[in-house]
Design a protein around this ligand. Structure first.
Ligand code: TXA
Ligand code: MG
Length: 344
């Protein structure tokens, strides 16, 4: 299949809409990461997403809308919980996904057999325009091959998906850089399933206390059931081995320098690189989690491009605010391997 490269203009947005309403696949920009979109109401179109990504069939997809009213208009949920209205008012459009009881129009392929459905209203104007042009809600996981870092540029999408999908719409670099925050309202108490650009603290200001699923920060135990199927799969896995290093600045620098060899790299904070003798990939300023979130997947992909690197020692972020999302992605990339120098 020849994958069309579409531009961010009216004509090409129309073209993307036509491909999608005709049952095809188009990768589209959102404010979080690029999504691989199909008509969410067409089970056959959605099935193609799983094939192109190599995604396990039991991992459900997020349905993207361009207007709150789309939820009712397309019978996407069976009931809109009171707290969903509050969350939508505070955070939509934006990088928050809300899980609700599934509606009659949602095909099995989208919900992967669950009784719930995940809904997101992206703030990216091009994403909204494509949804409107397609005249249907769009099911869209991140547009990467399952298991590789989510794409934050059209070039990342092409490197994973060229020849496998109908088109990629190039809308430039994604601003957030990590996937949306996912919260379920289908449990008695709202529960965070995936941290993202919208933080626990921001959500609690709007709907009161929420739970944070254990698997957000910890490894699922053997045989434990995942609240969100995506939690149980290996994620964001670069070719090199990633190891998180929890320590102070000087300890980290000394530790990495003690490993000084050609096949080691550091995924570090700004200024660390001045004192480190191995190849450095700079995530951003220490404590500036938004900047780190924006760059994380890009840096993991850059590391993948250097076959000489066998081990990456990454700084371990705090788990507060957006740091929770950066930690969540990094610790998965590291297969939960963390060296705690304070404890050694
Ligand atoms: O920012 C984002 O959310 C991006 C952009 C494209 O919108 N999309 C994205 O989709 O990250 P994906 O498929 O890569 O991640 C969706 C996550 C998966 O871990 C999936 O298991 C979970 O959401 N999920 C989807 N529907 C669910 C449901 N009904 N119940 C529990 N988890 C669900
Ligand atoms: Mg994904």
């Amino acid at each position: 299949m020849n994958t069309l490269l579409l531009k961010n203009n009216e004509n090409d947005i129309e073209k993307a809409g036509e491909i999608l309403s005709g049952g095809g696949l188009v990768a589209i920009p959102t404010e979080t990461v690029y999504g691989l979109a199909a008509n969410a109401l067409d089970g056959n179109a959605v099935a193609k997403i799983f094939k192109a990504k190599g995604r396990p069939a039991d991992n459900p997809l997020i349905v993207h809308i361009a207007d709150f009213e789309d939820i009712k208009k397309f019978s996407l949920v069976s009931e809109i919980p009171e707290k969903a209205y509050k969350l939508a008012k505070a955070f939509w459009s934006g990088p928050l996904t809300i899980i609700m009881p599934k509606g009659s129009a949602v095909p099995e392929e989208v919900s992967a057999g669950l009784s719930t459905v995940a809904i997101r209203f992206p703030s990216h104007k091009t994403a909204q325009a494509v949804i409107k042009a397609a005249c249907c809600p769009l099911a869209a996981p991140s547009a990467n091959i399952s298991g590789s870092p989510s794409p934050t540029t059209a070039a990342h999408v092409i490197s994973d998906m060229n020849g496998k999908i109908d088109a990629v719409l190039d809308g430039g670099e994604c601003s957030v850089g990590l996937e949306s925050t996912v919260i379920t309202l289908a449990t008695p108490k709202p529960k965070l399933l995936r941290p993202g650009g919208i933080t626990v603290g921001e959500i609690e200001k709007v709907i009161g206390e929420i739970d944070v699923d254990d698997a957000v920060l910890n490894q699922l135990k053997k045989g434990e059931k995942a609240s969100s199927p995506g939690m149980k799969y290996k994620h964001y896995s670069p070719n090199a081995e990633v190891i998180l290093v929890a320590s102070g600045d000087e300890q980290y620098i000394d530790f990495v320098n003690s490993k000084n060899s050609g096949d080691v790299a550091a995924l570090c904070y700004e200024d660390d690189e001045k004192y480190i003798g191995v190849k450095c990939y700079v995530l951003g300023k220490k404590g500036d989690y938004k900047a780190q979130a924006h760059k994380l997947f890009k840096k993991l992909r850059e590391i993948d491009k250097n076959p000489e690197i066998k081990t990456v020692y990454a700084r371990c972020p705090e788990t507060s605010g957006v740091g929770m999302a950066v930690y969540n992605r990094l610790v998965r990339a590291a297969g939960f391997e963390v060296i705690n120098l304070e404890k050694v």
